[in-house]
Design a protein around this ligand. Structure first.
Ligand code: NOJ
Length: 764
């Protein structure tokens, strides 16, 4: 009896009981003072039974609509557990109506009324779709990416959801890997900057503001290095590569205060990430002093069994909890085994306490203890989702993400003399693929197609004709099912050929279906699927004035097109406003400014391909074959990292250094002048790379270390200044420490990773 009174007293003081039934929400800023939050966490923890603590570490799928093999408890049992306060979180429960329903079950039935946190995959938009992350990264525009994350976060919050499983910051250098589309490409520095921008966008300055949501740094770590680009496959990288290449974005995310981390499905050098103490305890929660919680990936704790490091769920739970995985996403291992493990003395209760405190901390920061229904506002839901203002942001993001890869004889922007445009291709009038694979609550077929965009923007009097040419896919397309492609139906070719012949210019829209990239969508061939190769050739034979608009989520093999098609526009999957964004480029309303965040190879066999390679011991060979190269292909990228054309030209001056050496505590300024020598306003991303000439371990030939996006009017010149300091040359050295080593460096500045001005300096 005494204990019961004490519990009620504490609950009242924490403000729980006031909200045990639904009340109308209003934004009340929560007390974010860390000392107060820690005190509250301790008070709650002191009330919890072991079962209730373990419950917080359990996350259920709510829609019973799986994104992987469901291995958890059946639905009735789930409901019972929710009522008994044995569940900490749910994923895939969306909308104010549904999140409120689920929250009510907990608030009205459970003993302690600890609110649920709802998570969902909002990767590039909730209902308004923005460009897929790889595409948007091509904008190199951090403010823009913060803005789209803010809008996506607001739509998510409006739908009652507190937490997104984004951003993904897996460095990926392999275009065969289907999930390359979900990240920011191949470079650690660019990935770090973009990760932080997106986290700021989602989380804002105050997590308790019901217009912001908690973000999640994923997948920790190494997932993008799957051997052969095959999803979920083994990762074999050493400690230096892990630290220098893969971990920097995660460290940046932790420093930026990301609320949560997600671990990953893969192993690294024999240790599955979910069971990695080095990653989760030593680094993340140890050296990095990060105080949020780690959620497993879907069932990744139970997957320790097929990985072959645990014989059953109980062993898997023991490994994962000891390694620092705090919440079990739909895996059923923690709920079935943790209690027994604690009772048997195999797992110390203080490990459970640490995990629970981390989870409660995020819930307090979100303000859920002040008002568990604070994200339940139908009026906000109605006004926010797919609003006109959000569509404008989608259009801005779309056009800034487009990369102009080729523009022979300035065929673009389309000239006034063009009076008849044939729009051809399986993706030309596709209103669905632009939405991408991770499309959250996007309405099917809701995007503006390229054909529609062209019709919206074409000057009066220009005739627009359309032929599909061929279907790309046949059969059902969906998140979980494999794609099937049209391998032989060319019955639409004749119409396409006829229209191409009649037209002054052809816009040929080809590439990938949205469901060709994403989870489980690895390919060995990154060329054009179906009969597209033949269609491209047929159209090119009929009319030489072809602008190819690519729609895709990965770098593709463009070897034939790059030689035979005069203009190539990389449009990725741009989201809701895809067609309008493309049309703004085609008709010159916006001057393209995107730069590739990932290298495009000469052919599939070159993958994995990335710009920041090492020299090897045999970089050059002369006439003989015994050096590092291919005998049947160049080894250089077809379109390199950082590359993208504009409708204007930029001329770079030479690099000027304020000094040619510096030491501890000093810095050098590197300046370069950039002039717009064309006759259109244009934006240029000025990129700075460094080469550490001799290191204690082998060093990349060049590494991106800074960039600045500038806008120049015709004839205008600007000087861009970069600071080179010790931090910029620090890396994870032979001593397994972050150090700056004395020696010579090359600094390179330019508009892509190949055409660069150079200078040298020394760190003493
Ligand atoms: C598995 C994916 O790997 C992860 O990125 C995603 O967040 C979860 N499923 C939840 O859908």
């Amino acid at each position: 009896m005494k204990k019961r009174v004490a519990i009620i007293g504490v609950l009242l003081s924490l403000g729980f009981l006031a909200f045990s039934t639904y009340e109308k929400p209003g934004f009340k800023k929560s007390d974010q003072d860390p000392r107060n939050i820690e005190q509250k966490i301790d008070s709650v923890l002191a009330l919890m039974t072991l079962d209730e603590k373990i419950g917080q570490m359990v996350q259920y799928n709510g829609s019973w609509d799986v994104t992987g093999p469901a291995t958890g408890t059946d639905n009735e049992k789930k409901l019972e557990n929710l009522k008994n306060g044995l569940v900490g979180s749910m994923l895939n429960v969306t909308s104010v109506e549904h999140t409120r329903q689920a929250q009510k079950i907990v608030m009205e039935n459970s003993r302690l009324k600890i609110p649920l946190i709802f998570g969902y995959d909002v990767i590039h938009g909730y209902q308004t779709m923005f460009p897929v992350p790889l595409g948007e990264s091509a904008s190199w525009d951090l403010e823009l990416m913060e803005k789209t994350a803010r809008v996506a976060g607001r739509e998510t919050a409006a739908a009652g959801v507190h937490w997104t499983f984004a951003p993904m910051m897996d460095i990926s250098r392999d275009a065969r890997w289907g999930r390359i589309m979900e990240g920011a490409g191949e470079d650690p520095y660019l990935n770090s900057k973009i990760a932080v921008a997106r986290i700021k966008g989602f989380q804002g300055n105050d997590l308790s503001d019901p217009k912001t949501i908690a973000a999640c740094a994923k997948h920790f770590a190494g997932y993008g290095f799957a051997e052969g680009g095959r999803d979920y496959n083994t990762v074999n990288i050493g400690i230096y590569e892990l630290n220098n290449t893969i971990l920097p974005p995660f460290k940046a995310a932790a420093d930026a205060g990301v609320a949560t981390f997600m671990n990953s499905f893969n192993e690294i050098d024999g240790v599955p990430a979910t069971a990695s103490t080095y990653l989760q305890r030593d680094l993340l929660k140890g050296k990095w002093h990060w105080d949020g919680f780690v959620v497993s990936d879907w069932g990744s704790i139970t997957e320790l069994i097929p990985h072959g490091v645990a014989k059953d769920k109980k062993a898997a739970a023991e490994l994962a909890v000891k390694a620092g995985s705090d919440m079990d996403m739909e895996g059923g291992a923690y709920e079935s085994s943790l209690k027994e493990l604690v009772e048997e003395g195999k797992v110390a209760e203080k490990l459970i306490d640490d995990a629970v405190k981390r989870i409660l901390r995020v819930k307090f920061r979100l303000g859920l203890f002040d008002d568990p229904y604070k994200y339940c506002d139908e009026a906000f839901e109605k006004s926010e989702l797919y609003s006109e203002a959000n569509q404008e942001v989608a259009l801005e993001a779309g056009k800034k993400s487009i990369v102009l890869l080729k523009n022979e004889n300035d065929i673009l922007p389309i000239k006034n003399s063009i009076k008849n445009i044939a729009v051809i291709g399986p993706l030309a009038n596709d209103k669905d693929s632009p939405l991408g694979n991770w499309r959250a609550h996007a309405v099917e077929n809701s995007a503006v197609s390229v054909l529609e965009g062209i019709r919206n923007y074409a000057p009066k009097g220009v005739k627009i004709t359309y032929a599909e040419g061929a279907k790309l896919s046949t059969g059902d397309r969906s998140f979980l099912n494999p794609m099937t492609f049209n391998k032989d139906d060319k019955s639409g070719f004749a119409e396409a050929e006829k229209l191409a012949k009649q037209a002054d210019l052809v816009v040929l829209v080809v590439g990938e279906d949205a469901f060709q990239t994403g989870e489980g969508r690895s390919q060995t061939n990154i060329g054009f699927a179906g009969v597209q190769d033949d269609l491209i050739e047929t159209v090119q034979k009929a009319n030489k004035n072809v602008v190819m608009v690519l729609m895709n989520g990965r770098p593709m093999d463009l070897s034939w097109s790059s030689k035979n098609i005069p203009a190539i526009v990389e449009s990725w999957f741009l989201g809701s406003q895809h067609g309008n964004a493309v049309a703004e480029i085609l008709f010159g309303k916006y001057n393209p400014s995107g730069k590739l965040p990932v290298s495009f190879p000469q052919n599939s066999g070159m993958e994995p391909l990335y710009y920041n390679q090492k020299s090897t011991g045999r970089p050059e060979g002369g006439a003989q074959v015994t050096y590092s190269h291919y005998t049947d292909s160049p080894r250089e990228a077809l379109y390199p990292f950082g590359f993208g054309l504009s409708f204007t030209e930029f001329e770079y001056g030479d690099i000027e250094l304020s000094a040619d050496s510096f030491s501890e505590g000093e810095k050098i300024e590197a300046s370069i002048s950039v002039k717009n020598t064309g006759n259109m306003v244009g934006e240029e991303t000025v990129q700075l790379y460094l080469h550490d000439l001799v290191g204690s371990i082998t060093r990349p030939n060049l590494e991106l270390k800074a960039f600045e996006k500038i806008s120049l009017k015709p004839g205008e010149r600007k000087v861009v200044n970069f600071i080179i300091d010790k931090e910029m040359i620090t890396y994870f050295t032979i001593n397994k420490k972050w150090e700056a080593e004395a020696g010579d460096f090359e600094v390179m500045i330019g508009g892509n990773s190949v055409d660069l001005k150079k200078a040298n300096f020394e760190f003493k």
